[in-house]
Design a protein. Structure first.
Length: 846
């Protein structure tokens, strides 16, 4: 199935992108009327309109002002923004050969379009005039920040270069945009083409649910009676974890890590090497020592040195812990394979699971039975309602695939927040991993009315099979909480100017990663962890064992994550345009330089590292680790309050972080919420690398009764929000005066937050081909913009799910809970709340 009309060959008579507005619920794109042949005409008309709007700014006879230059620029390109958002999202969630061809055709053209604007001398002269006069224009704090961000973007995009150097930079941007598309298309082809077909005799050790999913895949492929395993994580990881067939584990693992490295038409080695060289050349043209310097100068980190300091500070303990984990698994491995056998990377998952069962009597296959997808979805709704008082109502709309679900999200004052889409399962034409993005960004219309966003969470969770619903692993459950956090960030946005929507890349994962901290608390598990057949809540003893094993295998998890971050930073710290052998370079910087043990591979090898070569995380994969310092420390605000669901703390987090977009710097937002700088020890303790004080969420008490929550969360959230706004207004002047006198310096993390530093959109890369600058976003492709999602994983044990980099229009996003009185689920569904006037947001499992 595809989105309704996209496979049509004939030209549609009415192109929906030419309509001023879509008469659909919340302005959801009219997927049933969108055809592939609509995109190119819409891109072309969008670029034409955008250039006309820029020409109007340039030709204005009046003196440059905020309104006639900065605001006009910020509002320009509405049509291009709309078609770009829809195309980039669909090209990852529901692509086809025709859309991929459109991507290769349009990406260089869009890059050239962006360059034509960013290097427009007359336009920059007007922007520069406003920038130089900014302190005499009586601008508000947000207006001043917008002026400074836009000016910085132009400078970082080459506005000050000579005509000769501009031409050189344009050529680099064009080539990068095309290489990025090809890298992603190659990876998708390599991933989807591989299938390991097995017989029943080759399924030793695999749980029934894994067998059923493989049998269903074989039936879909016309191989009834066989079992098919693929390189999608929901198929790959269970096989590596449970299969007793070591040779087959090796075969599947090698197929996964060899993607893009098979010396065939889909080989990515030369593409990755060329992109790294071009990025250095771009940074050098713009006056930077390396591409990593170019990127980090505009982030919280401020420099590659600060990033390496953070990573190196964790690496030693992570690797040491991983080596202890390996030693603990060796006896079992030797018993199975003999003294002469060598422990290999494809053995790690299998023997780690055996050790977990032995040490904690905890089988993930048994835990999965309590993590039915519908119930976990109900859990995240419940959490959001409990924290923020928001509710979810299922709605009907024409969507791009029959499996996609839609919910309207209602705020605690009954105002609409936006729409949230869920697309849970893998299929042909869908990229791997999990991500969150927007089809429609939050904005304000000409009358000042808030335009709610349309946000989408896309995953690749195992499908239901027969009478068995979709069951999640521990990692997949954390992934859903994580993406839900991104969705909340977009849904709560209250940003007036498009150019201030985005936050620093190393701040963007805070809203998502903080949500993971709630996933396996006792209170939340008692809320949503219900056995899919027996209808009973997860036993207290299993909850205790999950908590006790929470730090199990963290050495492996952090080491493979850090290895990928080092690989990214090292290749983008090169100070020469010489192209490198990426395989040899990886071995040099990870094996020789840092002593990575051969039993652990980096989470991504260069040839399938789409975060950095087909996404927005080039010289930025460290974002996850930087943000983990923030999220672990931020969660302590709830722990310290004595209530993990403290509505006042949640309201402050929403007010100071989730609603503000990029109207303030990331560290300023963090300090406003936490009242202090982040402490790196919180991450080290949570990962089990140091043992200072206990960050476990709550003491386990098997005799504690199952809680029944009875609180008017909507009224409480409304009251707290009003109080927060009043307090903020009273304290703002005093706070600004204090900050001006003595701005506090970071205790643990070095930051650079100069007033004129651009805050790049999260999840974007400089060679972005879907041009956000050409939209009402008002954000040109910078070093953190990206045209299409790229595989990405949140740091979590065993990493059974990848997360994808956000699409061009994507911003942080996340979800909420249901209103009213919380009770235990009566049956399989999470009827966690007795609704008080609005429908519950949780559907019963089929």
């Amino acid at each position: 199935m595809g989105f309704y009309s996209c496979s049509k060959k004939e030209q549609s008579t009415a192109n929906p992108f030419f309509e001023e507005r879509w008469e659909t619920p919340y302005g959801i794109p009219p997927f049933d009327r969108i055809a592939n042949d609509h995109f190119v005409p819409a891109f072309e008309e969008g670029m034409r309109q955008h250039l006309a709007e820029i020409d109007s700014i340039v030709s204005c006879d009046e003196k440059p002002t905020f309104d006639n230059t900065i605001l006009a620029y910020d509002r320009a390109g509405a049509m291009l923004q709309r078609v770009s958002s829809v195309f980039s999202m669909l090209n990852s969630a529901e692509t086809n050969p025709e859309m991929q061809a459109i991507s290769e055709q349009m990406m260089p053209r869009l890059a050239a379009h962006n360059d034509a604007i960013q290097m427009n001398d007359a336009l920059f002269a007007r922007i520069d005039a406003v920038y130089n006069a900014r302190h005499s224009l009586a601008l508000s704090a947000e207006q001043l920040r917008l002026v400074e961000k836009i000016h910085t973007r132009f400078v970082r995009s080459g506005a000050l270069l000579s005509e000769e150097l501009k031409a050189e930079l344009k050529a680099i941007n064009s080539e990068l945009s095309l290489l990025q598309v090809r890298f992603g298309n190659n990876l998708l082809a390599e991933t989807t083409s591989y299938k390991m077909v097995l017989t029943s005799a080759q399924l030793g050790g695999l749980p029934a649910t894994v067998r059923e999913a493989a049998a269903e895949k074989a039936r879909q492929e016309g191989k009834v009676g066989n079992y098919i395993f693929t390189l999608d994580k929901p198929s790959l990881i269970p096989f590596l974890t449970y299969s007793t067939e070591r040779a087959l584990r090796e075969q599947l693992y090698k197929a996964y890590v060899s993607r893009g490295n098979n010396d065939n038409e889909y080989d990515n080695k030369q593409i990755a090497s060329r992109m790294a060289s071009l990025r250095y050349q771009k940074a050098h043209l713009l006056g930077y020592r390396s591409y990593a310097d170019y990127v980090t100068s505009n982030q919280m980190a401020g420099s590659p040195e600060a990033v390496f300091e953070l990573l190196d500070g964790i690496w030693v303990e992570a690797l040491r812990t991983a080596e202890r984990e390996l030693a603990d698994m060796k006896p079992s491995f030797i018993a199975d394979n003999g003294e002469e056998a060598t422990f290999e990377p494809w053995d790690w998952w299998y023997y780690a699971e055996k050790l977990r069962v032995k040490r904690y009597n905890l089988e993930e296959a048994k835990v999965r039975e309590y993590l039915a997808l519908d119930n976990v979805k109900g859990g995240i709704f419940t959490l959001a309602n409990r924290l923020y008082g928001i509710t979810f109502r299922p709605i009907k709309a024409a969507l791009y695939h029959a499996e996609v679900e839609a919910y309207e999200v209602i705020d605690n004052n009954d105002a609409p927040l936006g729409v949230l889409l869920f697309d849970f399962h893998p299929r042909a034409g869908k990229s791997g991993g999990a991500w969150c993005g927007r089809y429609v960004p939050q904005s304000y219309d000409a009358t000042g009315k808030r335009v709610p966003p349309v946000v989408s969470i896309v995953c690749n969770f195992t499908r239901p099979s027969g009478s068995t619903p979709a069951l999640l692993s521990i990692d997949e459950t954390e992934t859903l909480f994580h993406e839900f956090g991104h969705a909340l960030h977009s849904l709560f946005a209250e940003v007036k100017y498009a150019g201030l929507r985005g936050v620093e890349g190393d701040f963007v994962e805070l809203p998502s990663q903080i949500m993971e901290n709630w996933a396996f608390t006792t209170a939340m598990l008692r809320q949503y962890a219900v056995h899919y057949r027996k209808d009973d809540v997860m036993p207290d003893d299993m909850i205790r064992r999950i908590h006790r094993s929470s730090k199990f295998n963290e050495g492996f998890a952090m080491t493979e994550l850090l290895a990928a971050a080092f690989a990214d930073m090292e290749i983008h710290s090169l100070t020469s345009a010489d192209e490198v052998d990426v395989k040899a370079f990886e071995q040099k910087v990870l094996g020789e330089k840092r002593g990575l043990i051969p039993q652990i591979s980096p989470r991504y090898h260069y040839t399938y590292f789409s975060h950095i070569f087909d996404g927005g995380y080039s010289a930025g994969y460290y974002f996850y680790i930087w943000a983990e310092v923030l999220d672990k420390d931020a969660f302590q605000a709830f722990v310290e309050s004595g209530d993990l669901f403290n509505a006042e703390v949640a309201a402050r987090f929403r007010e100071e972080v989730l609603s503000r977009g990029g109207t303030r710097g990331g560290m300023d937002m963090y300090r406003a919420f936490r009242g202090a700088d982040p402490d790196k020890r919180a991450l080290m303790i949570a990962r089990g690398f140091i043992d200072d004080y206990n960050l476990d969420i709550e003491e386990y008490d098997p005799s504690a009764p199952v809680e029944v929550i009875r609180v008017d969360t909507r009224e409480q959230a409304r009251r707290i929000a009003e109080e927060s706004r009043r307090r903020r207004a009273e304290e703002q002047a005093q706070k600004e005066a204090q900050e001006a006198m003595a701005k506090p310096q970071p205790i643990v993390i070095a930051t650079t937050e100069a007033a004129d530093t651009e805050v790049a959109e999260e999840g974007k890369s400089e060679e972005a081909t879907i041009v956000e600058e050409a939209t009402t976003e008002g954000v040109e492709p910078t070093e953190q913009e990206v045209a299409a999602p790229a595989e990405m994983a949140a740091p979590s044990e065993m990493h059974a799910i990848e997360e994808r980099a956000l699409p061009t229009d994507a911003e942080p996003t996340s979800i909420g809970r249901i209103e009213g009185t919380a009770t235990l689920p009566a049956r399989r569904g999470i009827e966690a709340v007795e609704a008080t006037g609005s429908a519950t947001a949780v559907a019963e499992p089929e």
